[in-house]
Design a protein around this ligand. Structure first.
Ligand code: ATP
Ligand code: MG
Length: 432
């Protein structure tokens, strides 16, 4: 019987991984250009961390976590998101005392959801978190930074939705109004929402049940209940976005699935991917550090779903730059393989970033040339017994009609580096 992969957990095959790598590289470049530094975190955390941060009455904690006991009987959970872990790491490593941190991280997240297009059980996020920043300047910067990513990659078809949840006190007032409103229409609510009505009524606004949309649209909106400082925060953020030329729509029903948000929340959504439209979501979580045992520390961040990001990039016609081989070395005849191994290493030493494929497993001239063709390399280097005895090698352009030429083995690196338009390794040049 063939082994099966776990439902909702995907292999990312070579044909796709080039795009992933390219996009991840661009994201990293951009966050670095804004001064964010990488933090790498464990996949496993104590279950308690997520219960306390994400909140008990959330889909994630109620039914989506991969939780198990380790051999010691401790309850551990495979992280469903990254913010809790970043905050935990900030506290445990003392990164937040009289310091501010601008961090990014990325990797797999785990949620036991119903797998479908754009929704998986193992999925990947790219996260940025700014800890110790009260905003709204940093809120704006985080959004501006994400907009730069779309621009750089030619991604359109995204729109920004924005809301403010105010302070916890303002939310409490709003919550009371909301409970009153939803209680009045209780007979029209579904099971989930009735349960939430008592414990977490704001989450009803987040419901994806189409039958509830009418009631939800008519509900009172948070923006009318904001405290004065949150109003000011929100206005300043909007002004900064206006100056940056970033369009947005106000979405009073955007409350985000997690409990820890306050003030700014936002989501970049697309209509290009069917119903899984949220590509990048974030917000401010000023209370979380303290809630998890640190000193009060304002913070804000966002998370991008890489699977959806890749799909959107492709839907917008994006393609990763070609990463095929530059050169394929064909070696036929006595003693040629031994020389070819050295030649391949010599080229990798001499030309930064060159991709050299050495023919492995022998074969006739014809079959080796066929492999060279399949490798999509721009050039084949052909080493036969005659070439070897003359200290030369044949250079055959594979994509043009140019003739094959013969070059001295010692000149291969310089000729190729010119033809490939790549800088010599000792010039310290970077990959393109
Ligand atoms: P959704 O409303 O689609 O369930 P969410 O609000 O649960 O998204 P977040 O917890 O904010 O999502 O995670 C940030 C991003 O991670 C989302 O915008 C989305 O791009 C991505 N994401 C979330 N859950 C999944 C999943 N199960 N599979 C793939 N990507 C996901
Ligand atoms: Mg979700």
């Amino acid at each position: 019987m063939k082994p099966k992969a776990i439902r909702g957990m995907n292999d990312i095959l070579p044909e796709k991984s080039a795009t992933w790598r390219y996009l991840e590289q661009v994201l990293q470049e951009i966050v670095h250009s804004y001064g964010y530094e990488e933090i790498r975190l464990p996949i496993l955390e104590h279950t308690e961390l997520f219960r306390r941060s994400i909140g008990e009455v959330t889909d994630i904690v109620e039914k989506e976590m991969y939780t198990f006991e380790d051999r010691n009987g401790e309850s551990l959970t495979m992280r469903p998101e990254a913010t809790a872990s970043v905050v935990r790491a900030g506290i445990t490593n003392g990164l937040l005392h009289n310091q501010r941190q601008k961090l990014w991280t990325s990797g797999p997240m785990f949620r036991y959801e119903k797998p479908q297009k754009g929704r998986y059980r193992q999925f990947h996020q790219f996260n940025v978190e700014a800890l110790g920043y009260a905003g709204p300047d940093v809120d704006a910067e985080l959004i501006i930074m994400s907009a730069r990513m779309w621009r750089r990659l030619g991604i359109s078809r995204l729109s920004l939705e924005l809301n403010s949840l105010g302070t916890p006190e303002a939310r409490k007032r709003y919550r009371a109004t909301l409970v009153e409103y939803f209680s009045g229409v209780k007979n029209q609510l579904d099971q989930d929402s009735i349960r939430r009505l008592e414990r977490n009524p704001l989450r009803i606004l987040d419901s994806k049940n189409p039958e509830l949309q009418g009631i939800i649209e008519a509900a009172p909106v948070m923006l009318d209940y904001l405290d004065a400082e949150s109003v000011e925060h929100f206005e300043e953020l909007r002004e900064l976005l206006d100056i940056a030329g970033i369009a947005y729509t106000l979405n009073p029903r955007l409350v985000r699935g997690l409990d820890y948000y306050n003030r700014t929340v936002f989501e970049w959504v697309t209509d290009a991917l069917g119903s899984q439209g949220a590509v990048c979501s974030g917000g401010r979580y000023d209370g979380l550090v303290e809630k998890l045992g640190g000193r009060p520390t304002p913070a804000v961040g966002w998370a991008m779903g890489i699977e959806r990001f890749v799909a959107l990039f492709e839907a917008c016609g994006g393609k990763a730059p070609d990463t095929g081989a530059d050169v394929y070395i064909v070696a036929v005849g006595e003693g040629t393989l031994q020389r070819a191994v050295g030649l391949a290493e010599q080229l990798r030493d001499a030309i930064a970033g060159i991709r050299v494929e050495l023919n492995l497993g022998g074969g006739s001239f014809k079959s080796q040339m066929k492999r060279a063709d399949n490798s999509n390399a721009g050039f084949a280097l052909i080493l036969g017994e005659r070439e070897l005895s003359e200290g030369r090698v044949g250079l055959k352009p594979m994509h043009t009609r140019e003739e094959q030429t013969s070059i001295g083995l010692d000149d291969v690196a310089s000729v190729l580096s010119r033809k490939l338009d790549k800088a010599a390794a000792d010039a310290g040049a970077e990959d393109e």
